[in-house]
Each structure stands twice: as C-alpha cells, then as structure tokens.
Design a protein around this ligand. Structure first.
Ligand code: ADP
Ligand code: SF4
Length: 688
C-alpha cells in the first residue's frame, strides 16, 4: 500500500536549529517508571519508537544534579560523567533508526523532596515542596543560581557527549525550576530574579542562552513551556503571562514544545478530554515565533494531524501516549495502513507506571516495556514452532489479543464467544459515561482478526467442556472473564453479607438493570474507576446517589492515572454524595448500615438499592470441567488467561493474552530477565 497524498505534509522534513527532523512526528519527553534504573530496557524502548518512524524521540525528564532527585519516581539521571554511557545507549538506539535523539534535562527545584539524596531542595522562595512530602525548599541565593546554571550547562555538555541532537530546557508541568521562577505565586524575590515578568523570566532566558552557548553549534535547543496552568490569574495563562514570556523569548530557542500545565492537565484521560483538547491554549504560540512548534493532544487521527499543520497550529505532531499505544504510528500512516493504527484509549495506565515507579505498560500495546526484558517487538512476532490449531474461548480483551497474537504467529485460530457481541468487558464498560474510547481495545483487534484468513470467529457460541474436547484444537485458552461479586466480599469484608433483589452489581447496572427509586448507595471497595462511573450513570438516570468508600477520596487509585481530582470534582458537581472512611456493613429493607472506619460508629441511611463494587470472581467453570479430561483428549494445553485466571485491569488481560500466545509452544520461563545492579566493589556473592 502507498501513502495517501493527503498525508504527505506530515512527512515533510523540518529544520530545528542545526539539525533536521525527517518528518513531523515527534515523540515528546515522557516518563516510563524506568528512568535511570534500567538503561538497556529504556534504550530498547526508545529505539523501537525510532524504528516506528518518529523523527524525534525524546528521553524522560533527566535530573542534572543530586539536588534534583525525583525519588521515589524513577526519572533519567545525568548527575555526572558516569551517567553518560547509559544515556548514550539510548541516543545510539534512536540513531540506529535514523531519528533525532532529544534529552529533557531538568532541575525540579521546589517540586522534589530529594528523598534519596537527602539534600535540602531549592526554590526561588521559601515554600513547601509541591508534592506531599513534609519538606520545604529553601530560597536560593545568588550563588545557588550560579551553581544551577553551571549544573545545567554541564548537563547540556554531557548530553552532547552522549550523542543527543536536541537538548531541552524544561519549564512546564509545575515541576521545573525555570517555571517556578516565572510563577508569581512561587516567587516573592526582590532581586533581579523576582518582581516584574522580565525579572521572573530571567533564569529561563539565561538557561536558554547558556545551553545555546555550550552546545548550540551542533545541538538544537528546545524549550518545553507551559502555555496555560488552567488556574486563571493565579498562574500563567495563554492570554496573559505565558503569552508574554513566549513573546519575549520567541526567537531564542530553536524549538517551542508547548502544553498545558500541570501533568494532570496535560495528560487528561479520554474520560475528561478528547483528541486535540490543548489547541485553544497553544495555538497562539506559532503566531509569536518563526521557530518550529510542537504540541500534544493525544493525536491518533492523521486527518486531525494534517489539520493541525495546515491551520498553522503546530509544526510537529507531538505524542507521548499515542507513541506508547502504537510505536509504529508514523510508519503506518507512511505506508497507507491507517486501519492498522492501534489508537490510544486515553486510560492513563501508562502514567500509573511512573506514579508507582514500575516499568511502563499500556492497555493497547502489550509489548510496551517488554522490548528488552522479553525481546518483544510491537510489530514482529516469531512464527509458530509447532503445528495444530488454537481455540480461544471468550472474546474479551484477553481472548481477542490471544487470538490475534496466535494468528500472527501463523496458527490456525478459532475464537468462540458466548454472546453476539465481541469485546467482553470493554464492550460493556465502553458504554459507561466517558469510557467510549475504550472500545478501541475491541475494535482494533476485531478489525485485524477479520482481515486474517487463518482466523474463524464464532459468535453466539457458549462452549461447554464437550465442545472443547471434541473440537480438535492443540492449544486452548480459556478467556471467559470474571463476574462482579454481589455478596460484598472484598478488601473491607472477608465475609459474604449482602443478598436479595435490591443488591446490584456493576454487571447488573451495565446490562441495563436500573434500580428503582433512590437513594442508590454505591459501596466502592474497589477504589478504581468503576464505583465512580456507576455513580455517574445512576445520577444521569435521575437517582439520588451516595458513594461510600473506606478510602479518603472517591476512586482513590485513580491518583495514579491523574484522575482523582477530576473525578472528585465531577462527583461534587453532579451532586453525588461521597462518604469517605466508611464501609457498608449491612443492607436490609430499604436501609443501609454504614460504619465509620475512623470511630467505629454505625449509622443507618435510607437506601432503595445497594450497588456492591467490591471484588470479582473468575468464571472458570469451563476450565474446571476440562481439568482432568483434556490431556486424554489429545489437547497439548488448556490455559486460563485474563480475568478468568485472575481478575485485574484490562491492560493486564491484554498482556496475559499476548503472553500466552507468544509462549504457547516455548519452554516455560524460569527466570524473569532483569537488569542487575552493578556492584561497584566488584564483589559478587553467589547465593545459588
Ligand atoms: P477478559 O478481560 O479476561 O478478556 P472478559 O470478561 O472481558 O474477560 O471476557 C470474557 C468473554 O468470554 C465474554 O465476552 C463472555 O461472554 C465470554 N465467555 C464466557 N464464557 C464463555 C464460554 N463458555 N464460551 C464462549 N465464550 C464465553
Ligand atoms: Fe493510551 Fe492507555 Fe496505552 Fe496510556 S496505557 S498509551 S493512555 S492506551
């Protein structure tokens, strides 16, 4: 297939100072939860993006000094020359595929606790640090500012040595020191670095000038800048001070990389923002500068991308999440394979990796983060090593991915689904308020499967053990999913306490059973998104809704997907009453008993219905029926995957299906590959 000429504009080279990008696809800096801890893992991950056609591939934020220590978050590290080889590995991996390597060096000033290095954080003025640590940053004196400039310059020189083509100055996300100097609310200095906007912008200007002077002969100098903080006059705004700063410094850097600050505003989920949502805040930038501008907006549609360029909003299509969900997005557009693009669903499971300091993962792309560890490639999968067909039972996320990966390996694949609709839980959940884009998990896989001639899909086919035994498949995956419990067993209670016609589960609500009357009590002992979206749905249906949770906030785990505050706001604005630190300990006859986890006191509240969002049980009856019988029937393996094995996130179900297909004719994995820490003394004690 060849490229649609409408998309030619996306493949024009663009000059960035002394370097040239081969096209307009730009993987902006993004965190991985990996950072300095696993250099091989990171290099391979970034190299795959370059292979997928991105013209620029950037690192995550990279600390320039021990006083910029982000622990417990794992970010990049360029404290001294010893860090150069690890970063050079990333730059080399990017260059191997013809892309430009960018590095986002940074000092986070008053937003990091220096929890690891135990140094006192520094900021423009005395302030508690931004994250919730019991730590204050001390106000920097002139020597501190001189030191900071020197560290930044040294880090730029090291970046050049490591082979990077683009070096960043970071001034957004409410994280970096240059932004902190700009913000009136954080800077009450009375010297030439405080007061007027020109003074507050002095450090940013100096960092740009220093970097250009140090490395600008061969490296482009980029500024990642906050176009708006979405807090009105208390912060930088696109029609106020952010605009004025870009006006002042317009031609100084070689590239402007602009977004809305802070990170939760920048990486909003699809529940809260749609493709291109940053345009109203960032479109002014190109009017003020002749330098190329990159911006983000969870772009996955080539038509939207073309429109951004043609309307003069952006010069580069920036992407973090779309490049995670599909590292080969540019290549697919280039080759005219638009339908093959695996679009990001905007769930922010990737973000949770950074928040939990664990390797990057993605709901749509099961290979993400496994490029080095397991040698997984997003587009290439080893051909099958054995004969025989494969039967996958259940077409939820796990079953669809298992079928697709097995089919791509060359197996003859049969996929049986009990209902008339494919997609399992994503089909059900994508009908919940705000989650429509999650259907992309199903749609991309079904579309791929339907185009393969070694795949047969059977709808309305609820298989029983006899069917499986007689089918004649060599390998069977049981992907029959899970069911929400009604009885209330979960984190809070280990005992079944609820039953009766007025007790509903999320499955009931999703299948259209609407409680009668109100109030509806939602007992959220799950703490992820489900309690909150069910509350929204019941509220839209006109019920009075009370959400009870043992956590301190609604949907508490979504702090890791940057959604905790937006969800809490939405609940408040919709009139959902949230009762924190409380469990539901009884429900009978139109009344629920609530128990405070703080005082142990119980209160009764009227309740027309109770929705229990507590735990799930695998639907593994089919597996149990097959357990002692399949070997005799000549089947080589029967394996539970996804929620049928252990109920978890959709991401985990997709991963589980993919892993099964990759490994189904491989020797079992004995040791999980991992990068081992270097032991400086050279003494390595063997324990085995
Ligand atoms: P997962 O997240 O693990 O993929 P889901 O619950 O999303 O799990 O999907 C399970 C799918 O399996 C559902 O679409 C369900 O209808 C289907 N299913 C359950 N039992 C059977 C069965 N015996 N035969 C065929 N399909 C089944
Ligand atoms: Fe997109 Fe979700 Fe993947 Fe992140 S985890 S890239 S938000 S699909």
């Amino acid at each position: 297939m060849s490229r649609d000429p409408r998309y030619d504009i996306l493949f024009e080279p663009v000059r960035i100072g002394p370097v040239t990008a081969r096209n307009r696809f730009y993987q902006v800096p993004h965190c991985t939860g990996i950072g300095w801890t696993q250099p091989e893992t990171l290099a391979r991950l970034r190299g795959i993006k370059a292979e997928g056609g991105w013209a620029v591939v950037a690192t995550e934020e990279t600390e320039i000094h021990p006083s910029a220590d982000c622990e417990p978050f794992h970010e990049g590290r360029l404290w001294d020359d010893r860090d150069i080889p690890a970063l050079a590995m990333t730059a080399d991996a990017i260059h191997e595929h013809g892309a430009l390597a960018a590095i986002e060096i940074m000092h986070h000033g008053g937003s990091v606790a220096n929890w690891g290095t135990r140094l006192a954080p520094m900021a423009p003025s005395h302030r508690p640090i931004i994250y919730n640590y019991p730590v204050q940053a001390r106000a920097m004196d002139k020597q501190d500012i001189r030191d900071l400039r020197r560290w930044h310059r040294d880090a730029a020189l090291r970046s050049k040595k490591a082979g990077f083509d683009i070096v960043y100055i970071y001034a957004t996300h409410d994280l970096s020191i240059a932004q902190q100097f700009l913000e009136r609310r954080k800077n009450d200095r009375t010297d030439e670095y405080g007061g007027s906007l020109e003074n507050r912008a002095r450090l940013l200007r100096e960092l740009i000038e220093d970097t250009k002077e140090a490395v600008g002969d061969t490296c482009a100098v980029a500024v990642r800048f906050c176009a708006d903080e979405l807090m009105g006059d208390a912060g930088l705004t696109h029609d106020g001070e952010a605009r004025d700063v870009i006006g002042m410094l317009a031609e100084l850097p070689d590239l402007w990389d602009v977004n809305i600050s802070n990170w939760p505003n920048d990486s909003q989920t699809s529940r809260f923002a749609k493709e291109g949502f940053q345009e109203e805040y960032t479109r002014f930038v190109k009017q003020l500068t002749t330098k190329p501008v990159v911006g983000v907006g969870r772009f996955t549609s080539p038509d939207t991308m073309v429109s951004q360029i043609k309307r003069g909003v952006l010069d580069f299509i920036g992407a973090a999440r779309p490049s995670i969900a599909d590292p080969f997005l540019p290549k697919k557009i280039e080759e005219g394979r638009i339908d093959d693009i695996r679009e990001c669903i905007g769930c922010n499971i990737c973000v949770s990796s950074d928040y939990t300091s664990t390797n990057l993962r993605c709901t749509q792309n099961p290979t993400m983060g496994e490029e080095w560890r397991r040698g997984w490639h997003p587009e290439i999968i080893p051909p099958k090593k054995s004969d025989g067909s494969v039967l996958v039972v259940g077409a939820g996320p796990a079953g669809l991915e298992a079928a697709l990966a097995a089919a791509r390996r060359g197996f003859e694949v049969h996929l049986a689904e009990a209902t008339s609709e494919l997609g399992g839980r994503v089909t059900r959940e994508s009908k919940l308020p705000g989650l429509a884009e999650w259907a992309r998990v199903r749609d991309w896989r079904v579309d791929q499967l339907e185009r393969m001639d070694n795949v047969s899909i059977y709808r309305d086919s609820a298989l029983e053990a006899e069917h499986v035994l007689e089918f004649g498949a060599r390998h069977v995956a049981i992907a029959t999913g899970s069911v929400w419990r009604r009885d209330g067993v979960g984190r809070d209670s280990g005992f079944p306490i609820f039953d009766g016609p007025l007790v509903y589960t999320p499955d009931d609500i999703m299948s259209g059973r609407d409680p009668e009357g109100g109030p509806v009590i939602i007992w959220d002992d799950d703490h992820y998104y489900m309690g909150g979206v069910i509350a929204e749905l019941c509220r839209y249906a006109g019920h009075e809704v009370v959400l009870v949770t043992t956590a301190a906030t609604v949907s508490a785990w979504t702090v890791n997907t940057l959604e905790a505050l937006p969800i809490a706001k939405r609940m408040a604005r919709m009139g959902v009453e949230v009762v924190p630190y409380t469990s539901v300990s009884g429900f009978e006859g139109g009344s629920a008993t609530l128990t405070s986890v703080l005082t142990g006191e119980t209160t009764d509240r009227p309740a027309a219905a109770l929705v229990t969002v507590t735990g799930r049980l695998p639907i593994d009856g089919l597996f149990e029926d097959l357990r002692d019988r399949w070997a005799e029937a000549g089947i080589a393996s029967v394996t539970r995957i996804g929620d049928c094995w252990a109920p978890s996130t959709i991401q985990q179900a997709v991963y589980s299906g993919h892993k099964w297909a990759r490994e189904l004719d491989e020797a079992p994995e004995i040791l999980i590959p991992r990068e081992l820490p270097m032991i400086e003394s050279g003494r390595l004690k063997m324990t085995e």
